[in-house]
Design a protein around this ligand. Structure first.
Ligand code: COS
Length: 383
């Protein structure tokens, strides 16, 4: 749903210009230093990018899902590190509070996330609980007016910068199923909470992940999301339904960028007496990429519109995430191929993007998990 076409057009154009004029020119620096410059973070804050999806009453822009994916198509054209920095506040880090939090929790945290004062992190994955998220072991034991949290969370995006952590933990140790899990908001600086060393990733330099360790962390009872035990896994799944659509849009944006760079290269680079873009085997790779990006873009927009219309979109979000991220991987591979030797050296952005986009097929649920969700939903619908 688009609430006001003119306002959205202005927003998309503004973000697009910011991507071209500020983010893309800083990509190499971010890749080399593994840091996003403070000036760029300040500019993202000024544009309101930390609060895109947070409702206006809490200081955000309150964009709809369709508006969000249209903006993310633009952001996806720059190095994923930039999107990652603002991504948790607009997605998995804030959504638990937004979807299932109490009014007091929303009032306390959402304005700080919208302004970018706080970054947030989503703590679901553990060393022994990745795809099988419901098997998580982090415990939260009630002790008077506090829960005591113990456990380790792994590969947590933005953990090194986060002011708050949405943490899924087991409140009922006897219940090993999803219904034994609850969700909490834990503030940085709470005694017993510590961070592991930074993960050295294949790509996405400038996007930081690490372990988050809980050792007898005392969290006030008021930090239980929604004030209800046993529904934390469902909160996490609802968060991921929306998060997966966001990642699907990101994959479309990245594929569009890679293809645009590659088309330019293919029209410049000459072999056998003419630009390689005029060779039909190159044209096949360009055309297949164009068609697949178009298909993914349509799929993402359709799923976003359905969510805005209030329809359940678990299946559509998984379809969009699976198709778009796999498509992005195929486009990355073809774009390296078209660049030839130049695609394997870091002088060209495609070498970096090839590594960066590999993560899209893994995080927020692997392709195989999306397949399982789609098939399970199909069977449930068929009775
Ligand atoms: N929205 C609301 N509720 C949902 C839901 C959704 N999208 N998906 C599942 N649930 C509910 C189910 O209805 C079920 O509730 P009941 O017990 O009341 O019936 C409960 O949650 C458990 O669901 P299910 O039985 O399907 O859970 P499984 O343990 O089989 O796991 C998968 C389901 C595999 C889909 C889940 O573990 C998953 O998404 N894994 C990947 C995790 C992931 O994406 N990790 C990335 C980390 S974030 S970067």
């Amino acid at each position: 749903m688009i609430r006001d076409q003119d306002t959205l057009d202005f927003l998309v154009t503004t973000v697009g210009r910011f991507v071209d004029e500020v983010l893309i020119p800083h990509e190499n620096e971010v890749a080399e230093t593994d840091e996003i410059p403070e000036t760029v973070i300040a500019a993202m804050r000024e544009l309101g990018l930390f609060g895109l999806t947070i409702p206006e009453e809490f200081g955000g822009l309150g964009v709809t899902m369709e508006e969000e994916v249209r903006i993310v198509f633009e952001l996806g054209r720059a190095s994923p590190a930039f999107r990652s920095y603002i991504g948790t506040n607009n997605g998995i880090g804030s959504l638990g509070i937004l979807i299932d939090g109490t009014q007091a929790q929303k009032e306390q945290y959402l304005p700080r996330l919208a302004s970018g004062e706080y970054l947030s992190a989503f703590c679901l994955t553990e060393p022994d609980a990745g795809s099988d998220a419901a098997s998580l072991k982090t415990s939260a034991v009630l002790d008077g007016d506090h829960y005591i949290l113990n456990g380790t969370k792994r590969y947590i995006t933005n953990a090194p910068h986060a002011g708050i952590f949405s943490v899924m933990a087991r409140t009922d140790p006897a219940n090993k199923r999803a219904s034994g899990i609850s969700a909490f908001i834990v503030e940085r600086g709470t005694p017993g909470l510590s961070l592991g060393k930074p993960d050295h990733k294949m790509g996405q330099k400038g996007a930081h992940t690490c372990d988050v360790v809980f050792e007898d962390v005392r969290v006030p009872r008021s930090q239980l999301i929604g004030g209800v035990e046993g529904v934390g896994f469902k909160t996490a799944m609802k968060v991921l339904d929306k998060g997966r659509l966001h990642i699907a849009a990101l994959a479309v944006g990245a594929a569009e960028r890679m293809l645009a760079d590659t088309l330019r290269y293919a029209m410049d680079r000459r072999q056998f007496g003419k630009p390689i873009a005029e060779h039909q085997l190159i044209q096949a790779m360009l055309a297949d990429s164009k068609a697949e990006i178009y298909a993914a873009r349509c799929m993402v927009l359709d799923a976003a519109q359905r969510r805005d219309a209030g329809q359940p979109i678990s299946t559509e979000a998984s379809c969009a995430k699976m198709f778009s991220t796999e498509m992005c991987g195929r486009v990355a591979d073809r774009c390296v191929q078209i660049h030839g030797g130049a695609g394997y050296v870091s002088e060209y952005a495609i070498e970096r993007f090839y590594r960066d986009v590999r993560l899209f097929r893994i995080y927020e649920g692997t392709t195989q998990i999306q397949q399982i969700i789609i098939a399970k939903n199909m069977m449930a619908e068929a009775g």
